[in-house]
Design a protein around this ligand. Structure first.
Ligand SMILES: Cc1ncc(COP(=O)(O)O)c(C=O)c1O
Length: 326
């Protein structure tokens, strides 16, 4: 279905409204820059994030394979966005859904999942952690509780860190959508990595069409473990990724063309520019992607065109100081 078709078609549910998001040129921000940036507006999905796509793909694949039975409970570890996507898909398909999330993630995510019919279990952060800064150690606690719940409830685990449906959602849909919108006329993409599903899926989609397209991993400056193997400070403010996990199974067999690191301040500044200059109201990780793309255009990709994901909506961060209250 093309974008134009989607606006003219009666869809059977919100699940079919996932994907086919617009691709927009950030020409106001790049006015004085030697190069172009194209932004994939995935915050316009029904759950306001790109992770709706993977919930849809993983659940569809599991139903097709029989790993998930009709009406069976579904459980997932989430920073909020995969859980929101899963809550939408489960509400439509009639599966109970349990989201397990660190209480370090912003509270509007839990409220939204509950509104969508999910049961939300919040897991305390490790002692000394800061709310709004979810580390790999915090995530390990969430993982342990998710595994327990899956057994207790006889639930299917979405398991976004391991299931290939995560990357296939982007290989089969996000990547081809970007290719179709651009005719393949871009030189590179960047992506702030959480599970690595988006990066790996776009990598496969683009490299199979043109091996010359370059893919750069984006990480928090204090936790650039994929680039360097170590984190000087695992806590950072860029929610949704940067978990200091050196071995991401979805990135197996991928040698990124480069690594970029972004500070909290750079991500925040770029997210504010996206809103104020481009009218795109997005979250921290989208800011990280923009900040990284600008670095590339001031460096190895000068004169090129960089594709970025706008991962989720700024509305998910109204409780944080990403958006100053006055
Ligand atoms: C807001 C946000 N940005 C970035 C990411 C990272 O995406 P991926 O898991 O595909 O690497 C996520 C993942 O949950 C996210 O929620």
């Amino acid at each position: 279905m093309t974008d134009a078709d989607r606006g003219r078609t009666l869809l059977p549910s919100a699940v079919e409204a996932i994907g086919n998001t617009p691709l927009v040129e950030l020409s106001r921000i790049t006015a004085g820059v030697d190069g172009r940036i194209f932004a994939k507006l995935d915050y316009l999905n029904p759950g306001f994030s790109k992770k709706d796509r993977i919930a849809r793909e993983i659940i569809a694949e599991a139903l097709a394979s029989g790993d998930l039975q009709p009406g069976q409970p579904v459980v997932e570890l989430t920073s909020g966005n995969t859980g929101t996507g899963a809550a939408i898909v489960c509400a439509v398909l009639g599966h109970p859904f349990i989201a397990v999330m660190s209480n370090g993630n912003s509270p509007e995510r839990a409220r939204m999942m509950r509104a969508l019919g999910a049961e939300v279990e919040l897991v305390e952060q490790v002692p000394g952690s800061v709310v709004g800064q979810v580390s790999g150690d915090d995530l390990a606690l969430v993982e342990a509780r998710t595994a327990e719940l899956a057994t207790e409830r006889g639930a299917f685990r979405i398991d976004q860190f391991n299931r290939l449906g995560n990357l296939r959602a982007h290989e089969l849909r996000t990547g081809p959508e970007i290719w179709a919108a651009t005719g393949g006329r871009f030189s590179a993409f960047v992506d702030f990595v959480g599970s690595g599903g988006t990066f790996a899926g776009l990598w496969r989609a683009f490299k199979s069409r043109d091996p010359g397209v370059r893919g750069y991993v984006v990480e928090p400056a204090s936790a650039a473990v994929l680039a360097s193997g170590t984190a000087s400070e695992p806590n950072h403010r860029i929610q949704g990724g940067g978990y200091s996990m050196p071995d991401l199974s979805l990135l197996d067999a991928i040698e990124p063309d480069g690594f970029l690191s972004v500070t909290d301040e750079e991500a925040i500044g770029a997210a504010r520019r996206l809103a104020a200059e481009e009218g795109i109201f997005a979250g921290f990780s989208s800011g990280a992607n923009l900040a990284a793309a600008l670095k590339l255009l001031d460096g190895p990709e000068r004169g090129g065109t960089v594709v970025i994901m706008i991962c989720d909506s700024g509305l998910k961060y109204l409780s944080t100081d990403l958006w100053p209250s006055s």
